[in-house]
Design a protein around this ligand. Structure first.
Ligand code: DX5
Ligand code: ZN
Length: 226
């Protein structure tokens, strides 16, 4: 079953003084999703952007907004991000909230729901929930910062997630996030990912159309291990 490759530029690396223009340019460049990283300074040791920024962005764009909640209390915040205009809400299985309750609250808001796994969390942590999810996110760096190095040892976990989804007959989106660039995207794609978050590999490039196209091309190219 062929899965649609989707490129999701991470706003963490954009020029926030020009947020609307940056998002419009990435949409124009062919990006399917816009990845919006929310950090609470507790679940991860960093702060980023939150509700008022999402609300402003929602008014400025019809892009599909993929909100990645790196927060300890998604049960409180997920519905608020839904109300501000998120299209997909991804939260961490390692958060302090009960996973099922967060899935329920996101679905009750009519939004797509994703479950994210930190690098040390096994694929099996997502298995009980797969049938209720639209997306699983396998972090390929420790969450908290852009510009880190891709952890190739996460690829077997991506493959395990894909195998379990195939076994269950689920056409799941499997997203990878962290260190995705032209050199690493092929490995993640071959493992079974089809949604690729990229921050530093896209923003700052002189030609976004070319940068998005190049990533997509490298995702589609079979990389054969030697
Ligand atoms: C990291 C964030 C990522 C980050 C990716 O915690 O979840 O979305 O922005 O940035 P790059 O692509 O630079 O690794
Ligand atoms: Zn992210």
């Amino acid at each position: 079953m062929s899965r649609k490759i989707q490129i999701a530029p991470s706003l963490l690396s954009c020029d926030f003084a020009r947020l609307g223009a940056e998002v419009a340019a990435m949409q124009q460049a062919g990006a399917e999703l816009i990845h919006f990283d929310v950090m609470d300074g507790h679940f991860v040791p960093n702060l980023s952007i939150g509700l008022p920024v999402l609300a402003s962005l929602r008014r400025a764009t019809d892009a599909v907004l993929d909100v990645h909640l790196m927060v300890s209390d998604p049960l409180t915040y997920a519905p608020q991000f839904a109300d501000k205009g998120a299209d997909i809400i991804v939260f961490h299985v390692e958060s302090d909230s009960p996973v099922q309750a967060v899935i329920d609250v996101i679905k009750a808001k009519g939004k797509r729901v994703g479950l994210a796994l930190k690098p040390a969390t096994p694929a099996q942590a997502a298995f009980p929930y797969l049938e209720q999810l639209d997306m699983v996110l396998a972090m390929t760096v420790e969450p908290g910062f852009g510009g880190q190095r891709f952890m190739a040892d996460i690829c077997p976990k991506v493959a395990a997630l894909r195998a379990e989804c195939d076994r269950l007959g689920l056409k799941m989106d499997i997203e990878v996030d962290g260190g995705i660039d032209n050199d690493t995207i092929g490995q993640a794609a071959q493992a079974g990912a089809n949604v690729f978050v990229a921050g530093s590999a896209l923003f700052g490039k002189p030609d976004y159309t070319q940068a998005v196209a190049m990533l997509r091309k490298n995702a589609l190219t079979d990389t054969v291990a030697v």
